[in-house]
Design a binder for this molecule. Structure first.
Ligand code: HEM
Length: 396
């Protein structure tokens, strides 16, 4: 079997499940070539993904959790580190600064507001009878919610989210320099925000971050910018792709959609978890070996990269019964769509669940007769998987 887990083309219609299956069965710790790099081990079995995720001492998130090394593209960061690209104990200190805002209790407190925003999003399209489900529906909520948490105008949330999309798309799929441009715009926005919130602090996460301290020292400007980028980046197209990709799957599996509709409030939680398993919007994260070690008997040398393919782990028959079947009633469902526990387990998982439930509930109760109205275009990305455009129609 021809294996290429980097080509954006492999993700054009969803994730490359044929390749994943072959790898899981034949070469679960597969040495994968890299066009401009040394190559990496691709992990496709759930057990291996879990083991590596839990052992940050042996499998580090520094210098990055992306496959490509930062090299000299990265602006000079000094000692500043993005939480996602750092290891304990520093990672723990960074995570503590924001974790209170993302507890299950904090997420529950946001439910009424998130539901209200979901209602407004559907209100804005419902009389049209058609729309692009990705940009008009699924993409709106996550960008609004993170904008509100950070204390920004909702429209800025939408603009920042478009920058995120450019950052996550494969470089070859867009004009030269587009990614650097998007990163520069993001930094410029963050710098304006920092100045503004320093002058007029509010009761928002940006103001709290600015006032926070690590080891008795105020958070540096660069640390703030990296937090800002991560928070804007992490919750936007991930949640959007789950809602749009999940709805796409429900439309392709009408019997599952019918089963969900039979008891929408009661079945939404298991359906949401199953869609997370099935869609796995984050394709992979990378770790780097800090010492010579092995994974399932394959030697891994210090400095070698190890890439965790969550979508592959989420269809591992050793972990899931009937893994190739979408089953909205599946329980238990220990998927790894939010990571496989460990230090970096998705900070926003509870918030994402609140957003997904609110949006799917609103769509399924109000957008009657929802169906595809044209071809679905997929994101040209081997990092974030999901539809980019999904024309739909429904009864106005
Ligand atoms: C369906 C939606 C989402 C999915 C599938 C998802 C998935 C992930 C994954 C796979 C990781 C890395 C886990 C690891 O390396 O072990 C992660 C980390 C993270 N996620 Fe999410 N995420 C989602 C929504 C959100 C939302 C709404 C937020 C809120 C801002 C968020 C914030 C973060 C942050 C800050 C991290 C880094 C945590 C750390 O390094 O300690 N995510 N997410």
């Amino acid at each position: 079997m021809q294996i290429d887990l980097l080509a954006p083309a492999a993700f054009e219609g969803g994730q490359p499940h044929e390749q994943y299956r072959w790898l899981r069965e034949n070469d679960p710790v597969h040495w994968h070539a890299e066009p401009n790099g040394p190559g990496f081990f691709a992990l496709t079995r759930c057990e291996d993904v879990r083991r590596v995720s839990r052992d940050h001492a042996t499998f580090s998130s520094e210098p990055t959790a992306m496959i490509t090394d930062p090299g000299d593209q990265m602006p000079m960061l000094g000692d500043a580190k993005m939480m996602l690209f750092s290891d304990p104990p520093h990672h723990t200190k960074l995570r503590r600064l924001v974790s209170k805002e993302f507890t299950p209790k904090a997420a529950r407190a946001l439910v009424p507001r998130v539901k209200e925003l979901a209602r407004q999003i559907v209100d804005a399209v419902i009389e049209r009878g058609e729309c692009d489900f990705v940009s008009d529906v699924a993409g709106e909520l996550p960008s609004y919610v993170i904008a509100e948490l950070m204390g920004l105008p909702l429209d800025d949330g939408r603009m920042l989210y478009q920058l995120t999309e450019t950052l996550h798309a494969a470089p070859e799929s867009q004009p030269e320099g587009a990614q650097m441009g998007a990163a520069a715009n993001m930094f410029a926005y963050s710098a304006r925000l920092l100045a503004e919130k320093r002058k007029n602090p509010g009761d928002d996460l940006a103001s709290k971050l600015i006032a926070s301290e690590i080891d008795g020292q105020r958070l540096g400007d660069l640390d703030f910018h990296l937090f800002f980028m991560l928070l804007i980046d992490a919750g936007g197209d991930t949640t959007r792709n789950l809602v749009a990709g999940g709805m796409h799957e429900l439309l392709r599996h009408p019997e599952q959609l019918a089963r969900l509709r039979e008891d929408l409030p009661g079945r939404l939680p298991s359906a949401r978890e199953e869609l997370l398993r099935w869609v796995s919007p984050v394709v992979h994260m990378r770790r780097t070996a800090t010492r010579d070690t092995e994974i399932a008997g394959t030697p891994v040398k210090e400095g070698q990269k190890v890439v965790l393919f969550y979508g592959a782990a989420n269809r591992d028959p050793a972990e899931f019964e009937r893994p190739e079947e979408l089953d909205v009633l599946r329980t238990p469902n220990h998927h790894v769509a939010f990571g496989a526990t460990g230090a970096h387990y998705c900070l926003g998982s509870q918030l994402a669940r609140v957003e997904i439930d609110a949006m799917l509930h609103e769509v399924l109760t109000r957008m009657q007769g929802l169906e595809l109205a044209g071809g679905v275009e997929w994101l040209p990305s081997s990092f974030i998987s999901g539809p980019k455009h999904m024309p739909v129609r429904f009864t106005p």
